[in-house]
Design a binder for this molecule. Structure first.
Ligand code: ATP
Length: 195
C-alpha cells in the first residue's frame, strides 16, 4: 500500500494542510495517510497544548476522511521524550507497515530545512519525498539553499499559515475562511490563541 506521512505541529491545523492532504491523495496516489502531531525542534513551544493539537489534528483527519476514509491521526511523536525527528517516525511506521511504500509529504519551507534534520541523508532511503509549493512562506530561501535530496515537486499555492491564524485570533478577527468549521469551533470553545 502507498502510505504517506504528514507531520506538523498543527498549532492549529488549517485549510492549507487539508488541501495538501487531499491533493496528495489525488496526485500522488496515496492510499493511506498518517497525520502525525510533532514536537518540532526548529520551533519554539507551541501555543496550544499537546492535547489540544492532537484533538485538532483529529478534527483535520475527520475533514480529510469526509472525502473518503484514508487518514489516521498519530500521537506517537508526542509520546517520545524530547523533540521529535522524522527519521524516527519513518522507522516506526516501517515497523508498523513493513510492506508499505512510504512517501513523506512536506511543504517547501520544511523541505528547505531538511538538510538540518536529524540523519537527513538517511531520510530518502526510507521514503519518497513529496514537496508542495508554499507561497508567502516566511523562510523560502534562495536557490542556493535548495536541498539536493531527490524529491517530487507539486505545484501548490495555498497562502495560509498557522502563524497567521494565531495572529488573527489574538486580534479578534475571523478565521473561518482559513480553517475547517470543526477546527474554528474547537478554537473558539477552548479559547485558544486569544491575546
Ligand atoms: P507555523 O505558521 O506555526 O509555522 P504551519 O502553517 O507551517 O505553522 P505546520 O503544522 O508547521 O503548519 O506545517 C506542517 C507541514 O505542512 C509542513 O511540512 C509545512 O511546510 C506544511 N504546510 C503548512 N501550511 C502549508 C501551506 N499553506 N502550503 C504548503 N505546505 C504547508
Amino acid at each position: 500500500m502507498k502510505t504517506a506521512l504528514f507531520g506538523g505541529t498543527f498549532d492549529p491545523p488549517h485549510n492549507g494542510h487539508l488541501a495538501l492532504c487531499l491533493y496528495a491523495r489525488e496526485l500522488a496516489g496515496i492510499e493511506r495517510l498518517i497525520v502525525s502531531v510533532s514536537k518540532n525542534p526548529f520551533k519554539g513551544p507551541s501555543d496550544a497544548s499537546d492535547d489540544d493539537r492532537k484533538a485538532m489534528a483529529g478534527l483535520l483527519t475527520g475533514e480529510i476522511n469526509a472525502a473518503g476514509r484514508f487518514a489516521e491521526t498519530s500521537g506517537w511523536e508526542l509520546r517520545q521524550s524530547g523533540p521529535s525527528y522524522t527519521i524516527d517516525l519513518l522507522r516506526h511506521v516501517e515497523q508498523r507497515y513493513p510492506d508499505d511504500e512510504l512517501t513523506l509529504l512536506v511543504g517547501e519551507d520544511s523541505y528547505r530545512q531538511m538538510p538540518q534534520w536529524k540523519s537527513a541523508p538517511e531520510i530518502p532511503k526510507h521514503c519518497t519525498i513529496a514537496v508542495f509549493g508554499r507561497s508567502g512562506g516566511e523562510s523560502v530561501g534562495t536557490s542556493a539553499d535548495t536541498p539536493s535530496f531527490p524529491a517530487q515537486h507539486y505545484d501548490f499555492d495555498m497562502p495560509v499559515s498557522a502563524t497567521e491564524i494565531r495572529r488573527l485570533v489574538a486580534a479578534d478577527h475571523s478565521i473561518t475562511h482559513l480553517v475547517p468549521p470543526s477546527i474554528a469551533a474547537y478554537i473558539a470553545s477552548r479559547g485558544l490563541y486569544r491575546a
